[in-house]
Design a protein around this ligand. Structure first.
Ligand code: NDP
Length: 329
Protein backbone atom coordinates (compact mmCIF):
# COMPACT_ATOMS: atom_id res chain seq x y z
CA UNK A 1 0.00 0.00 0.00
CA UNK A 2 1.47 3.44 -0.93
CA UNK A 3 2.61 5.73 1.90
CA UNK A 4 0.52 8.65 0.75
CA UNK A 5 -3.21 8.96 0.15
CA UNK A 6 -5.66 11.55 -1.11
CA UNK A 7 -7.73 13.61 1.31
CA UNK A 8 -10.18 16.49 1.14
CA UNK A 9 -9.19 19.26 3.53
CA UNK A 10 -11.31 22.17 4.75
CA UNK A 11 -9.30 25.13 5.96
CA UNK A 12 -10.39 28.42 7.48
CA UNK A 13 -9.14 31.76 6.22
CA UNK A 14 -8.50 34.74 8.49
CA UNK A 15 -11.86 36.29 7.50
CA UNK A 16 -13.51 33.04 8.76
CA UNK A 17 -14.56 31.91 5.27
CA UNK A 18 -13.48 28.38 4.36
CA UNK A 19 -11.60 26.80 1.48
CA UNK A 20 -11.68 23.17 0.38
CA UNK A 21 -8.85 21.45 -1.49
CA UNK A 22 -7.59 17.99 -2.30
CA UNK A 23 -4.25 17.17 -0.65
CA UNK A 24 -1.83 14.25 -0.35
CA UNK A 25 -1.33 12.99 3.21
CA UNK A 26 0.55 10.32 5.11
CA UNK A 27 -0.59 8.41 8.20
CA UNK A 28 1.60 10.73 10.29
CA UNK A 29 -0.78 13.58 9.41
CA UNK A 30 -3.84 11.82 10.89
CA UNK A 31 -5.26 12.53 14.33
CA UNK A 32 -4.95 10.26 17.34
CA UNK A 33 -6.81 6.98 17.57
CA UNK A 34 -6.20 3.31 18.24
CA UNK A 35 -7.41 1.91 14.91
CA UNK A 36 -6.30 2.88 11.38
CA UNK A 37 -8.69 1.96 8.59
CA UNK A 38 -8.26 1.87 4.81
CA UNK A 39 -11.39 3.73 3.70
CA UNK A 40 -13.01 1.80 0.85
CA UNK A 41 -16.32 3.62 0.53
CA UNK A 42 -17.88 6.75 1.95
CA UNK A 43 -20.92 8.82 1.09
CA UNK A 44 -22.43 12.30 0.96
CA UNK A 45 -25.03 12.94 3.64
CA UNK A 46 -26.88 16.24 4.01
CA UNK A 47 -24.53 17.12 6.89
CA UNK A 48 -21.50 16.50 4.65
CA UNK A 49 -23.06 18.90 2.16
CA UNK A 50 -23.37 21.53 4.88
CA UNK A 51 -19.72 20.96 5.92
CA UNK A 52 -18.23 21.08 2.41
CA UNK A 53 -20.23 24.12 1.31
CA UNK A 54 -19.76 25.86 4.68
CA UNK A 55 -23.50 26.58 4.75
CA UNK A 56 -23.79 25.61 8.44
CA UNK A 57 -21.11 25.36 11.13
CA UNK A 58 -20.79 21.56 11.03
CA UNK A 59 -16.98 21.67 11.16
CA UNK A 60 -15.82 22.71 14.61
CA UNK A 61 -12.06 22.35 14.25
CA UNK A 62 -9.82 23.55 11.40
CA UNK A 63 -8.24 22.20 9.33
CA UNK A 64 -10.66 19.28 8.99
CA UNK A 65 -11.09 16.28 6.75
CA UNK A 66 -14.88 16.16 6.39
CA UNK A 67 -17.01 13.04 5.90
CA UNK A 68 -19.15 11.66 8.74
CA UNK A 69 -19.19 7.99 7.76
CA UNK A 70 -17.08 5.35 6.08
CA UNK A 71 -16.60 1.64 5.65
CA UNK A 72 -13.33 -0.16 5.08
CA UNK A 73 -10.69 -2.57 6.37
CA UNK A 74 -8.60 -2.28 9.53
CA UNK A 75 -4.91 -1.76 8.68
CA UNK A 76 -3.62 -1.74 12.25
CA UNK A 77 -5.11 -1.65 15.71
CA UNK A 78 -4.13 -1.52 19.37
CA UNK A 79 -7.80 -1.81 20.40
CA UNK A 80 -8.84 -5.15 21.88
CA UNK A 81 -11.92 -5.51 19.65
CA UNK A 82 -10.22 -5.00 16.27
CA UNK A 83 -7.40 -6.59 14.32
CA UNK A 84 -5.85 -6.12 10.88
CA UNK A 85 -8.22 -7.26 8.16
CA UNK A 86 -11.48 -6.66 10.07
CA UNK A 87 -14.20 -4.98 8.02
CA UNK A 88 -15.78 -2.04 9.82
CA UNK A 89 -18.32 0.78 9.60
CA UNK A 90 -18.14 4.17 11.25
CA UNK A 91 -21.06 6.62 11.65
CA UNK A 92 -20.84 9.89 13.52
CA UNK A 93 -19.05 10.40 16.86
CA UNK A 94 -17.91 13.82 15.62
CA UNK A 95 -15.88 12.29 12.78
CA UNK A 96 -15.74 14.90 10.00
CA UNK A 97 -16.70 17.58 12.55
CA UNK A 98 -14.08 17.56 15.33
CA UNK A 99 -12.02 14.50 14.30
CA UNK A 100 -10.51 13.90 10.83
CA UNK A 101 -13.15 12.15 8.77
CA UNK A 102 -14.02 9.91 5.89
CA UNK A 103 -12.89 11.85 2.82
CA UNK A 104 -9.40 10.37 2.82
CA UNK A 105 -7.76 7.13 1.80
CA UNK A 106 -7.16 6.32 5.45
CA UNK A 107 -8.78 7.23 8.76
CA UNK A 108 -7.49 6.86 12.31
CA UNK A 109 -10.26 6.68 14.90
CA UNK A 110 -11.17 5.27 18.30
CA UNK A 111 -11.95 1.57 18.15
CA UNK A 112 -14.97 2.20 20.39
CA UNK A 113 -16.57 4.15 17.54
CA UNK A 114 -16.52 1.25 15.07
CA UNK A 115 -19.10 -1.44 14.41
CA UNK A 116 -18.47 -4.59 12.38
CA UNK A 117 -19.56 -4.65 8.76
CA UNK A 118 -22.43 -7.18 8.73
CA UNK A 119 -21.56 -10.48 7.00
CA UNK A 120 -22.61 -10.49 3.36
CA UNK A 121 -22.57 -6.68 3.16
CA UNK A 122 -19.87 -4.86 1.15
CA UNK A 123 -18.38 -1.49 2.17
CA UNK A 124 -20.15 0.01 -0.84
CA UNK A 125 -23.54 -1.36 0.29
CA UNK A 126 -22.92 -0.15 3.85
CA UNK A 127 -22.29 3.33 2.53
CA UNK A 128 -25.30 3.15 0.23
CA UNK A 129 -27.15 2.89 3.54
CA UNK A 130 -24.77 5.36 5.21
CA UNK A 131 -25.64 7.58 8.12
CA UNK A 132 -28.89 8.63 6.42
CA UNK A 133 -30.10 5.02 6.11
CA UNK A 134 -28.88 3.99 9.54
CA UNK A 135 -30.79 6.99 10.94
CA UNK A 136 -33.89 5.93 9.02
CA UNK A 137 -33.60 2.55 10.77
CA UNK A 138 -33.20 4.27 14.15
CA UNK A 139 -36.43 6.17 13.40
CA UNK A 140 -38.29 2.94 12.57
CA UNK A 141 -36.97 1.34 15.78
CA UNK A 142 -38.13 4.39 17.80
CA UNK A 143 -41.67 4.00 16.40
CA UNK A 144 -41.62 0.29 17.22
CA UNK A 145 -40.41 0.94 20.77
CA UNK A 146 -43.43 3.20 21.11
CA UNK A 147 -45.58 0.16 20.33
CA UNK A 148 -46.62 1.21 16.83
CA UNK A 149 -47.23 -1.46 14.19
CA UNK A 150 -48.62 -1.41 10.64
CA UNK A 151 -52.06 -2.31 12.05
CA UNK A 152 -52.20 1.08 13.84
CA UNK A 153 -52.61 2.95 10.52
CA UNK A 154 -50.47 4.63 7.85
CA UNK A 155 -47.02 6.13 8.35
CA UNK A 156 -45.96 9.40 6.70
CA UNK A 157 -42.37 9.90 5.54
CA UNK A 158 -41.26 13.48 4.80
CA UNK A 159 -38.28 14.43 2.64
CA UNK A 160 -39.28 11.24 0.87
CA UNK A 161 -36.93 11.35 -2.12
CA UNK A 162 -33.91 12.20 0.05
CA UNK A 163 -31.55 9.73 1.73
CA UNK A 164 -33.31 9.24 5.08
CA UNK A 165 -36.71 9.30 3.35
CA UNK A 166 -35.88 6.78 0.61
CA UNK A 167 -34.41 4.22 3.02
CA UNK A 168 -37.26 4.74 5.53
CA UNK A 169 -39.85 4.07 2.81
CA UNK A 170 -38.12 0.88 1.65
CA UNK A 171 -37.86 -0.47 5.22
CA UNK A 172 -41.36 0.52 6.35
CA UNK A 173 -42.99 -0.91 3.20
CA UNK A 174 -41.14 -4.20 3.66
CA UNK A 175 -42.36 -4.33 7.28
CA UNK A 176 -45.95 -4.04 6.01
CA UNK A 177 -46.70 -0.36 6.64
CA UNK A 178 -48.99 1.69 4.39
CA UNK A 179 -46.48 4.42 3.53
CA UNK A 180 -47.50 7.97 2.61
CA UNK A 181 -44.53 9.73 1.01
CA UNK A 182 -44.32 13.53 1.17
CA UNK A 183 -42.14 15.01 -1.56
CA UNK A 184 -41.60 18.28 -3.38
CA UNK A 185 -40.59 16.35 -6.48
CA UNK A 186 -43.72 15.06 -8.23
CA UNK A 187 -41.40 13.71 -10.95
CA UNK A 188 -40.11 11.13 -8.40
CA UNK A 189 -43.54 9.57 -7.82
CA UNK A 190 -42.65 6.38 -9.74
CA UNK A 191 -39.33 6.10 -7.89
CA UNK A 192 -41.11 6.42 -4.52
CA UNK A 193 -43.80 3.89 -5.48
CA UNK A 194 -41.03 1.54 -6.60
CA UNK A 195 -39.60 1.74 -3.08
CA UNK A 196 -43.00 0.82 -1.64
CA UNK A 197 -44.86 4.11 -1.10
CA UNK A 198 -48.62 3.55 -1.33
CA UNK A 199 -49.53 7.25 -1.59
CA UNK A 200 -47.66 10.41 -2.55
CA UNK A 201 -48.49 13.82 -1.11
CA UNK A 202 -47.13 17.16 -2.29
CA UNK A 203 -44.83 18.53 0.41
CA UNK A 204 -46.46 21.96 -0.11
CA UNK A 205 -49.47 20.51 1.77
CA UNK A 206 -47.27 20.28 4.88
CA UNK A 207 -44.62 22.97 4.54
CA UNK A 208 -46.70 26.13 5.13
CA UNK A 209 -47.94 27.35 8.55
CA UNK A 210 -50.92 25.14 9.55
CA UNK A 211 -53.56 24.65 12.24
CA UNK A 212 -52.74 23.31 15.74
CA UNK A 213 -54.83 20.19 14.98
CA UNK A 214 -55.94 18.74 11.66
CA UNK A 215 -57.71 15.67 10.36
CA UNK A 216 -56.08 12.48 11.72
CA UNK A 217 -54.23 11.13 8.66
CA UNK A 218 -51.50 8.82 9.97
CA UNK A 219 -50.56 6.86 13.08
CA UNK A 220 -46.83 7.40 12.71
CA UNK A 221 -44.26 9.60 10.99
CA UNK A 222 -40.59 9.71 10.05
CA UNK A 223 -39.61 13.34 9.62
CA UNK A 224 -36.28 14.54 8.22
CA UNK A 225 -37.55 18.04 7.44
CA UNK A 226 -38.46 19.83 10.72
CA UNK A 227 -40.02 23.32 10.83
CA UNK A 228 -43.66 23.75 9.65
CA UNK A 229 -43.58 20.29 8.06
CA UNK A 230 -42.98 18.57 11.40
CA UNK A 231 -45.59 20.82 13.07
CA UNK A 232 -48.19 19.80 10.47
CA UNK A 233 -47.21 16.12 10.63
CA UNK A 234 -47.79 16.21 14.41
CA UNK A 235 -51.10 18.06 13.98
CA UNK A 236 -52.35 15.32 11.62
CA UNK A 237 -51.16 12.32 13.66
CA UNK A 238 -53.96 10.16 15.03
CA UNK A 239 -54.70 9.53 18.70
CA UNK A 240 -51.78 7.83 20.54
CA UNK A 241 -49.49 7.99 17.52
CA UNK A 242 -45.87 9.13 17.34
CA UNK A 243 -43.45 10.90 15.04
CA UNK A 244 -39.72 10.18 14.93
CA UNK A 245 -37.90 13.44 14.14
CA UNK A 246 -34.31 13.38 12.90
CA UNK A 247 -33.76 16.24 10.48
CA UNK A 248 -33.97 19.89 9.57
CA UNK A 249 -34.02 20.08 5.75
CA UNK A 250 -36.74 22.76 5.90
CA UNK A 251 -35.50 24.38 9.11
CA UNK A 252 -34.38 23.89 12.68
CA UNK A 253 -37.44 25.66 14.07
CA UNK A 254 -40.57 23.87 15.26
CA UNK A 255 -43.50 26.30 15.04
CA UNK A 256 -45.99 23.88 16.64
CA UNK A 257 -48.55 23.92 19.46
CA UNK A 258 -48.94 21.45 22.31
CA UNK A 259 -52.42 20.50 21.00
CA UNK A 260 -51.40 17.13 19.44
CA UNK A 261 -49.59 16.15 22.67
CA UNK A 262 -52.27 17.14 25.20
CA UNK A 263 -55.44 16.45 23.18
CA UNK A 264 -54.40 13.34 21.21
CA UNK A 265 -51.59 11.88 23.29
CA UNK A 266 -49.25 12.14 20.30
CA UNK A 267 -45.53 11.68 21.04
CA UNK A 268 -42.53 13.31 19.45
CA UNK A 269 -39.56 10.93 19.42
CA UNK A 270 -36.14 12.52 18.97
CA UNK A 271 -33.59 10.51 16.98
CA UNK A 272 -29.83 11.16 17.05
CA UNK A 273 -27.38 8.98 15.18
CA UNK A 274 -24.10 10.73 16.06
CA UNK A 275 -23.83 9.72 19.72
CA UNK A 276 -26.22 6.77 19.68
CA UNK A 277 -24.98 4.03 22.05
CA UNK A 278 -23.22 1.04 20.54
CA UNK A 279 -25.99 -1.44 21.37
CA UNK A 280 -28.50 0.62 19.39
CA UNK A 281 -26.08 0.89 16.44
CA UNK A 282 -25.48 -2.85 16.39
CA UNK A 283 -29.23 -3.48 16.46
CA UNK A 284 -29.84 -0.93 13.69
CA UNK A 285 -27.21 -2.47 11.37
CA UNK A 286 -28.56 -5.96 12.11
CA UNK A 287 -32.08 -4.80 11.26
CA UNK A 288 -30.84 -3.11 8.07
CA UNK A 289 -29.34 -6.43 6.96
CA UNK A 290 -32.69 -8.19 7.48
CA UNK A 291 -35.28 -5.48 6.70
CA UNK A 292 -33.88 -3.56 3.73
CA UNK A 293 -34.10 -5.27 0.34
CA UNK A 294 -30.80 -5.16 -1.56
CA UNK A 295 -32.65 -4.50 -4.83
CA UNK A 296 -34.30 -1.44 -3.28
CA UNK A 297 -30.94 -0.28 -1.92
CA UNK A 298 -29.45 -0.58 -5.42
CA UNK A 299 -32.37 1.40 -6.84
CA UNK A 300 -31.74 4.35 -4.52
CA UNK A 301 -27.93 4.45 -4.91
CA UNK A 302 -25.74 6.46 -7.25
CA UNK A 303 -22.00 5.72 -7.15
CA UNK A 304 -19.49 8.49 -7.78
CA UNK A 305 -15.71 8.98 -7.81
CA UNK A 306 -13.86 11.04 -5.16
CA UNK A 307 -13.53 13.89 -7.67
CA UNK A 308 -17.32 14.37 -7.71
CA UNK A 309 -17.52 15.19 -3.99
CA UNK A 310 -17.73 18.97 -4.15
CA UNK A 311 -20.47 19.06 -6.78
CA UNK A 312 -22.43 16.41 -4.89
CA UNK A 313 -22.18 18.52 -1.71
CA UNK A 314 -23.74 21.51 -3.46
CA UNK A 315 -26.46 19.31 -4.99
CA UNK A 316 -27.51 17.72 -1.69
CA UNK A 317 -27.79 21.08 0.06
CA UNK A 318 -29.91 22.32 -2.87
CA UNK A 319 -32.27 19.32 -2.38
CA UNK A 320 -31.36 17.94 -5.82
CA UNK A 321 -30.02 14.53 -4.78
CA UNK A 322 -32.30 11.54 -5.07
CA UNK A 323 -31.75 8.68 -2.64
CA UNK A 324 -28.17 7.96 -1.63
CA UNK A 325 -24.73 8.78 -3.01
CA UNK A 326 -21.74 6.47 -2.58
CA UNK A 327 -18.16 7.66 -3.05
CA UNK A 328 -15.78 4.84 -3.95
CA UNK A 329 -12.26 5.54 -2.75
P1 NDP B 1 -31.32 14.69 1.70
O1 NDP B 1 -30.93 16.03 1.17
O2 NDP B 1 -30.94 13.48 0.96
O3 NDP B 1 -32.90 14.66 1.92
C1 NDP B 1 -33.62 15.73 2.44
C2 NDP B 1 -34.94 15.85 1.70
O4 NDP B 1 -35.75 16.82 2.35
C3 NDP B 1 -34.81 16.36 0.28
O5 NDP B 1 -34.49 15.35 -0.63
C4 NDP B 1 -36.21 16.90 0.05
O6 NDP B 1 -37.08 15.80 -0.22
C5 NDP B 1 -36.60 17.45 1.41
N1 NDP B 1 -36.39 18.90 1.49
C6 NDP B 1 -35.25 19.59 1.16
N2 NDP B 1 -35.43 20.91 1.37
C7 NDP B 1 -36.69 21.05 1.84
C8 NDP B 1 -37.46 22.18 2.23
N3 NDP B 1 -36.98 23.41 2.18
N4 NDP B 1 -38.73 21.97 2.66
C9 NDP B 1 -39.25 20.72 2.73
N5 NDP B 1 -38.54 19.61 2.36
C10 NDP B 1 -37.29 19.78 1.93
O7 NDP B 1 -30.74 14.63 3.20
P2 NDP B 1 -30.62 13.36 4.17
O8 NDP B 1 -31.73 12.44 3.88
O9 NDP B 1 -29.21 12.90 4.17
O10 NDP B 1 -30.88 14.07 5.57
C11 NDP B 1 -32.16 14.58 5.86
C12 NDP B 1 -32.12 15.38 7.15
O11 NDP B 1 -31.88 14.50 8.24
C13 NDP B 1 -31.05 16.45 7.21
O12 NDP B 1 -31.54 17.59 7.87
C14 NDP B 1 -29.95 15.79 8.01
O13 NDP B 1 -29.11 16.73 8.64
C15 NDP B 1 -30.79 14.98 8.99
N6 NDP B 1 -30.07 13.85 9.55
C16 NDP B 1 -30.03 13.75 10.91
C17 NDP B 1 -29.39 12.71 11.53
C18 NDP B 1 -29.45 12.59 13.00
O14 NDP B 1 -28.60 11.92 13.60
N7 NDP B 1 -30.45 13.18 13.66
C19 NDP B 1 -28.65 11.72 10.74
C20 NDP B 1 -28.85 11.82 9.30
C21 NDP B 1 -29.51 12.90 8.75
P3 NDP B 1 -38.17 15.87 -1.41
O15 NDP B 1 -37.45 16.36 -2.62
O16 NDP B 1 -38.67 14.48 -1.52
O17 NDP B 1 -39.23 16.83 -0.93
Amino acid sequence: MPDTFKAMLIERREDKTQSVREVEMTEADLMEGDVTVAVEATTVNYKDGLALTGKSPVVRRFPMIPGIDFSGTVLNSTHADWKRGDKVILNGWGVGETHYGAYAGRARVKGDWLVPLPKGTSPRQAMAVGTAGYTAMLCVMALERHGLTPSCGPVVVTGAAGGVGSVAIAILAKLGWHVIASTGRASEADYLKGLGAAEIVDRAELSAPGKPLGKERWAAGVDSVGSHTLANVLAQTSYGGAVAACGLAQGMDLPASVAPFILRGVSLLGVDSVNAPKALRLEAWKRIASDLDRSKLDAITTTMPFAALTNAAHDIVAGKVRGRLVIEM
